[in-house]
Design a protein around this ligand. Sequence first.
Ligand code: HEC
Ligand code: HEC
Length: 380
Amino acid sequence: MKTQILMVSLLTLGLGSAVWAEDAAKTELAKIEESATAAKDADKPADVVAAKDEPIKPIEAAEVKDPAMVELGKKLYFDPRLSKSGFISCNSCHNLSMGGTDNLPTSIGDHWQQGPINAPTVLNSSMNVAQFWDGRAKDLKEQAGGPIANPGEMAFTHELALDVLQSIPQYKDEFKSVFGKDEMDIGMVTDAIAAFEETLVTPDSKFDQWLKGDSKALADNELAGYKLFKESGCVACHNGPAVGGNSFQKMGVVEPYKTDSKAEGMAGLTKKDEDRFKFKVPTLRNVEMTYPYFHDGAAKTLEQAVTTMGQLQLGKKFTDAETADIVAFLKTLTGKQPELQLPILPPSTNDTPVPEPFNKADMEKAKQKDAAAKTDGKQS
Ligand code: HEC
Ligand code: HEC
């Protein structure tokens, strides 16, 4: 995986012209594939080794290591009492009935605050090299603490969230049996949520069936779309099992991207000019379900996203028929969605802090914070 990321960044760092990008994509890709396959074959089950030698790899079903922790994490993921309003859960913005997103350009947070950036899917997010568009959280555990305490999202504090959980005996018992300790802490909350998120993978898409040898799994137009995707150079950035998620790349390699969004990508963290507009390459798994597209949610349709990518990243103008083929291919990346039984949450008790969704002072504060959040273009 490391070699792959390195190759891809080497490839795009020096992108002077689209032609160069295409040729380089072809030769570099051969190397990427070679090293990636060699590195992976050693420790993978037989069916993966047998999968076609392509820059995109099949997704494997999740291995559940600790079912009790996953079950607890699922409850927390769906529990709106981790928000100040008592109304917003992780699932509000990463709705598992809708591809792990909210299908909005930018999310709605506490007191109807408008979020500054598009909510990425949580599906297959365990495969990401880091979390968030700018990679500021190193993994799912580090990420999961963010939204609870983010004033623009769930607007709570970790202490208050723990007060809520501790006031509910069924939660206390469950934490105790999973972690073996009487006192719960926020690290346990984020561990459990991350363990649940690790199970949210989507194997067995049509494309994976094809990769694994079912030559009839793809129709001619879908196969033609994949060929274009590969040969035009899309795979230079969108590759691996998640078809992205494994590198940070500039949005607007050949032509600049025009947007009203204030998000600056990695430059917001590193303050380096060369990191301006560098975003984590989104996964294209289930992309049919995760509209609208891009960090600002500005592309409403897949056709629009593909057209923009061709022009801005590769200097290519696809015909309508070519675009349609690529879109048809992208739709074959929709995998088997996690089958979840809706968790029934333990009821609050007389001691559970009562949510205050319409607190006037909070509404005023939220307005100010909303304005501030819009200027720094970040959300957790
Ligand atoms: C109000 C909407 C909202 C809520 C509630 C919310 N998120 Fe998010 N989430 C977002 C947005 C927006 C981003 C992207 C922020 C960024 O990159 O700056 C994000 C990013 C993420 C990511 C990173 C995905 C990636 O590809 O980088 C994960 C994982 C995630 N959220 C999980 C959670 C979990 C777990 C919870 C509950 C504890 C949660 N979110 C609550 C809106 C929300
Ligand atoms: C130089 C690297 C690079 C290349 C080449 C590239 N992409 Fe992307 N792609 C990205 C980045 C970075 C983003 C996120 C941009 C943003 O949100 O501002 C993205 C976003 C997308 C999205 C939107 C996903 C979402 O969830 O928002 C689609 C669809 C997509 N690319 C398809 C393609 C196709 C099709 C091609 C080939 C025509 C392609 N990409 C070529 C880096 C690349």
